[in-house]
Design a protein around this ligand. Structure first.
Ligand code: SF4
Length: 294
């Protein structure tokens, strides 16, 4: 589940030196450093989002997952954060003062993390690493397309996540099956995603991440956003807990040239519609780049 880059922001890098799995980013949505873990080095994903920034035309550096190496790489990054040396290294040396903090370890890479067979063990091992190094306040975040939230091994891993200051940031980019298929391009039925979100939110709180964009020259229609709000309202009415809605847009050029950031006025319209329909839910809005130099 790739997190698009934040505009006007420090460079998010998938690769940190020679590391294969772990990378630091300065994340607006984390308001600090997020240490990412890529459990999909093969770049495989069960979605094919039109806005995905992962370039799958280039061969991956490797396809296997080595959890010992994951833990070793994360340990090095935690060292750099612990003593502050990371803020001496470009581009983090330009981080604003209020973001010079480690917020989370995040499962977010070049595909959907929960599809990796190693995901449950990776959660266990990173939870243990975080705890053993004394980072009790640091979050463990799963950024997911929500397709496998009810798989048995994933549910068990979510228990571990939740017991370790965990959060689930789940994608929902559409309100209708047609728009979901248009934007997320997957064989997974929309109903299953909605059911996964609702069932999971009744057990543990979710943060909903929604990327809206200009696709083939069109922003999402008012009807689409109405349907989207209806989906979230339904989750709440069924007893689901939504901690926050994060609405954002494309932040840099992607392999699909027709996937463009929403203009600020369009994002304002979407945000106003969401706020109006769901006034009780905290809404965070992240704007796209002012200039687009694709
Ligand atoms: S869920 Fe979408 S954005 Fe995330 S890695 Fe898969 S295709 Fe890319």
């Amino acid at each position: 589940m790739s997190e698009p880059l934040a505009p006007g922001h420090l460079d998010h890098r998938r690769l940190w030196g020679d590391f294969d799995f772990c990378y630091p980013v300065l994340s607006r949505r984390s308001r600090g450093i997020s240490l990412g873990v890529n459990l999909n080095p093969d770049k495989a994903c069960n979605f094919d989002c039109v806005y995905c920034e992962v370039d799958r035309r280039r061969s991956p550096k490797r396809r296997d997952i080595d959890l010992d190496q994951v833990v070793q790489e994360m340990g090095v990054l935690l060292d750099l954060c612990q003593d502050g040396r990371i803020f001496e290294i470009p581009p983090f040396d330009r981080a604003p003062a209020d973001q010079r903090r480690l917020n989370d370890l995040a499962f977010s890479g070049d595909g959907e993390p929960t599809t990796a067979p190693e995901f449950p063990e990776a959660v266990e091992r990173l939870a243990h690493l975080k705890w053993s190094r004394g980072f009790h306040g640091v979050k463990l975040i799963l950024i997911t397309d929500a397709s496998r939230l009810q798989a048995r091994e994933v549910v068990q891993a979510l228990d571990t996540l939740q017991a370790n200051n965990g959060e689930i940031w789940a994608k929902l980019d559409a309100g209708t099956e047609a728009y979901y298929q248009e934007i997320n391009r997957t064989r997974i039925p929309f109903d299953r995603i909605l059911e996964n979100l609702e069932t999971t939110a009744r057990l543990r709180p979710l943060t909903i991440q929604s990327l809206f964009l200009e696709w083939k020259g069109q922003p999402p229609s008012e009807e689409e956003i109405t349907a989207y709000c209806g989906r979230l309202d339904q989750i709440c009415r069924m007893g689901g807990r939504i901690e926050a809605i994060q609405v954002y847009t494309v932040a840099r050029p992607t392999p699909e040239r027709e996937a463009r950031p929403l203009r600020a006025a369009d994002l304002d319209r979407v945000a106003a519609q969401v706020k109006d329909a769901l006034p009780a839910l905290p809404l965070e809005v992240y704007y796209g780049p002012e200039a687009w130099d694709a």
